[in-house]
Design a protein around this ligand. Structure first.
Ligand SMILES: NC(=O)c1ccc[n+]([C@@H]2O[C@H](COP(=O)([O-])OP(=O)(O)OC[C@H]3O[C@@H](n4cnc5c(N)ncnc54)[C@H](O)[C@@H]3O)[C@@H](O)[C@H]2O)c1
Length: 506
């Protein structure tokens, strides 16, 4: 199936943040672009914004002057919707309102050629519902771009119940021809990214609510141990709590109150108080006097242990052993040792399995137990999280901190919350990704690509689950389910099946 040919016109309706980005990308790919906005000045103003964006590209040497002129010359602001009559593809980026989108598409059906494709950039409305009352619902599809459109590679190509598969293939190929990374998905709440990303915010909000740590420290841990570009709290402050909370509530309602998507009371309070984030000068953090990024809490420096015993199957911490040795700490291998590391024969360190350290120490025959949170790569992580069981002493925690400090890492001490923060977030992201695949919303490779390209995750959630072990993910989720007694942490049937079959997710 071929893309919409570059000689054919693309109509863009709604010349706001998204519409102007879509017009820019379509024109850069060679299409004549017909741009319309309900506001009479809207399309002309948008063309001015695009001209400024292209001027910046020329300044940076990423685009030549003549090319800039050609791209701009292809964008034609239109005074009337009827001016879109020659468009082979129309992309709608108007207000997020079902009635408005239905009215617009009904009008476009009467204006555009019969075989034109009508695409919506909606983030949260059912594509099936938008198409429902039209004469040709099979020509309607979601073409969901991410903000800022010229920079973000992902496009979710969203098929509604009536969408003709050949229309989906054409839009997929067209997005690829525009230099984007398209993925096929079905019209389900949140599509892929806005659904699978919910735990990134939700688990951090829960750890904060339960006093596991403060927002600045959780952000630092998610960046420096988890490898995410931004922490969840600074990202929510950037997106705006009104917008982020509304998306969470809409996904929660759309899934009929599934506990996996329960919104946070902490975030609701911010919205009610008008603490909307950067745009209002205050969210989780203050922005008015530009005080910069707040400091995470970091443990003071302690002495390292003299010796560490490791299991003969060192698992995820195996790659750290060389650095421990380089730090002058004696390593001894002990067959069958259950803890990942035992320091000076008296303090055990284990990667979290979704139970609290306090529970684990009570039921396991363990010396003083410290839990370690997940890191994307323990050798390169610059910060790690430790939590002490209630039965331990401050000296025990100091010894565990001293080990990681000797390896050049900062240590953040959390309260003993189950699953800490990186591990529970990654396991819940993988769980949601697996459920989306299990429900036929997208393929396993597409969900991983969508999360890397749409929200810049350092690894796709399913690849991450493979890396840490599906058995471990299932164990963490099952332990969280029993710690909280909530349906929220139920394990996706796909993960359970792969766990029993010892099968690969990808
Ligand atoms: N902003 C984002 O990050 C983002 C990301 C993905 C998808 N979306 C979706 O894209 C769409 C547009 O979002 P936006 O952020 O660009 O909004 P925006 O407010 O910046 O722009 C919307 C534009 O549409 C115009 N408009 C409104 N009703 C119209 C109508 N009936 N006919 C013609 N023009 C009309 C408005 O005058 C405005 O210029 C929404 O459906 C939104 O959910 C937004």
């Amino acid at each position: 199936m071929a893309a919409v040919s570059a000689e054919l016109a693309v109509g863009v309706v709604g010349a706001g943040t998204m519409g102007s980005g879509i017009a820019q990308v379509a024109a850069a790919a060679g299409h004549p672009v017909l741009l319309f906005d309900a506001d009479p000045q809207g399309a002309t103003t948008a063309k001015g914004r695009i001209a400024s964006a292209l001027a910046r590209l020329v300044e940076k040497g990423r685009m030549g002057g003549p090319e800039r002129d050609e791209v701009l010359g292809r964008i034609q602001p239109c005074a009337d919707l009827e001016d879109l009559g020659q468009a082979a593809l129309a992309v709608e980026a108007i207000v997020e309102d079902l009635a408005a989108k239905r009215d617009l598409f009904a009008a476009l059906e009467g204006i555009l050629p019969r075989n034109a494709i009508l695409a919506t950039n909606t983030s949260s409305i059912s594509v099936t519902a938008i198409a429902a009352e039209l004469a040709r619902p099979e020509r309607v599809i979601g073409m969901h771009f991410f903000n800022p459109v010229p920079l973000m590679a992902l496009v979710e190509v969203v098929s509604g119940l009536a969408t003709d598969p050949s229309v989906a293939d054409t839009v997929f190929d067209t997005a690829a021809a525009w230099g984007k990374s398209p993925v096929h998905t079905k019209s389900t709440p949140g599509f892929i990214v806005n659904r699978v990303a919910r735990p990134f915010y939700a688990e951090a909000l829960r750890v904060l609510t339960e006093g596991g740590s403060d927002a600045a420290t959780i952000d630092a841990v998610m960046r420096e141990a988890g490898g995410f570009r931004m922490g969840p709290f600074e990202l929510m402050d950037l997106i705006g709590h009104d917008v982020n909370f509304a998306v969470t509530c809409s996904v929660f309602d759309a899934y009929f109150g599934d506990q996996r998507f329960t919104p946070s009371l902490v975030q609701q309070e911010l919205v009610l108080g008008g603490y909307l984030g950067r745009k209002s000068g205050r969210g989780f953090f203050e922005y008015t006097n530009d005080p910069g990024r707040p400091s995470p809490s970091t443990a003071p420096t302690f002495h390292p242990p003299g010796g560490v015993s490791v299991s003969d199957l060192p698992g995820l911490l195996g790659p750290l052993l060389a650095s421990i040795k380089d730090a002058g700490i004696v390593i001894r291998t002990v067959a069958g040792q259950s803890a990942d590391l035992v320091l000076d024969g008296r303090v055990a360190i284990a990667i979290t399995d979704g139970r609290s350290a306090t529970e684990r120490m009570a039921v396991e025959d363990s010396p003083s137990l410290m839990l370690l949170d997940l890191a994307l790569d323990y050798t390169t992580a610059t910060r790690v999280v430790l939590a002490a069981a209630d039965q331990t002493t401050p000296d025990d925690l100091a010894l565990a901190s001293g080990l990681f400090q000797a390896l050049g890492k900062s240590v953040s001490v959390f309260d003993d919350v189950p699953g800490l923060v990186v591990m529970r977030t990654v396991c819940m992201l993988a769980n949601e990704a697996a459920d989306a695949v299990n429900q036929g919303v997208c393929s396993a490779t597409d969900v991983d690509m969508a999360m890397r390209r749409g929200v810049n995750y350092p690894l796709g959630p399913l690849a991450w689950a493979e890396r840490i072990g599906v058995d471990r993910v299932v164990q963490v989720l099952s332990n969280l389910a029993s710690s909280y007694g909530e349906d929220r942490y139920r394990v996706s049937p796909l993960l359970q099946r792969k766990f029993h079959a010892r099968g690969a997710l990808l």
